[in-house]
Design a protein around this ligand. Sequence first.
Ligand code: FAD
Ligand code: PYC
Length: 418
Amino acid sequence: MDRFSLARLLRQGFSGHSGWGAQWRAPEAPLAAYDVVIVGGGGHGLATAYYLAREHNIRRVAVIERGWIGGGNTGRNTTIIRSNYLMPESAGLYDHSMKLWRTLSRELNYNVMYSPRGVMMLAHNVHDVQVSMRHIHANRLAGVDNEWLTPAQAKAFCPPLNIGGDLRYPVLGAALQRRGGTARHDAVAWGFARAASALGVDIIQNCAVTGLARDAAGAISGVETTRGNIATRKVGVVAAGHTSVVMGMAGVRLPLESYPLQALVSEPVKPAFPCVVMSNTIHAYISQSDKGEMVIGAGTDAYVSYSQTGGLHIATQTLDAICELVPQFRRLRMLRNWGGIVDLSPDRSPILSKTDVPGLYVNCGWGTGGFKATPGSGNLFAHTVAHDEPHPINAPFSLARFDTGRLIDEAAAAAVAH
Ligand code: FAD
Ligand code: PYC
């Protein structure tokens, strides 16, 4: 059976056909062979598959997704895009992505609704002001735009913002990255999926990876799934929130912890909020989607968990903070809230790396901030998998840094309480 008919059968859920399911699930009989299997059909996994096919001409690629594409963090985030991280290594990584966003809709022939409307990060106390200044200087030295706004300038940029002196956390100024903004998150997953599929990539949904097989020499030889086995010599794991679980299937331990992170949206209203505003100190961030909903995010829960909700008290505190910053939003009704599972690394920077297992690669640890990196992450991870070597931009983000101690500490720039 060729790979296309296999994928078609998997998509049709062939186990419902009497007599077929048992035959195809036999663990000793590999179902198909691929050059690369990507575990996880979020934005990063789909982007990796797309760039493998597009830039490296590796088209025998399968993306295995246990749910539906984009149903993980990709479709649950608050869509903020920026590159104002602190360390030079991060400037390279996030700005690489920022450049790809600019032309992504055209490249994919799919409107991802990228909107560089500006991201403003508020300072509420002397410490915030000093940290913001340090970030602005570091960013400019690295060639990344970022500028300081006084409270009056911040209000001119975002008129609904309350800069009154009687606030519990007054606005003392803000760091503005004008190139920052938002995109439509599910369109990013769909755009990469459609473009990858058009290049021959198979995207197999409702199929969980349950095992990683290794040969006598210890190298990757295949993956086991809930729908049968697949032979491959290369596996890229991009399973945010569950990366440690999947990598554990090959005996690889990772320095990650998984936490719930939640978001909420209001009822839709006419355009009322022109940019993205973030405040780490009061644990809130807000923008308005093109549908008109106010998209609001909070900090992580305080405890590790695989729950895809978040503590109600955290949402309540976030809404209190938003109502103080933008008083007219007190009258908005909230429509929905949800959570995702973010995997935090010790230095709050991602891991895009080869592993000690030949043929096994990992892309994880994006924590609260990987949406903005989706095109860049996929582009660099595809390079790493295709060449069995990292690209110079992601070389510093290897697993080796946890042995050498060359960490890339971005705890402050993550800008979300965790
Ligand atoms: P995912 O989209 O989670 O994809 C991983 C996929 O792997 C999932 O679909 C999952 O089902 C699948 N999977 C897991 N285990 C298996 C298995 N065994 N077999 C097969 N498939 C498996 N980032 C920003 O830059 N800006 C933001 O504003 C922002 N806001 C956020 C707000 C919230 C509430 C959350 C939760 C996250 C936010 N993030 C933000 C972070 C961002 O969403 C993530 O870093 C990014 O989406 C990760 O993408 P991904 O493709 O790696 O993961
Ligand atoms: O990384 O910019 C970010 C972010 C905003 C909300 C969650 N993460």
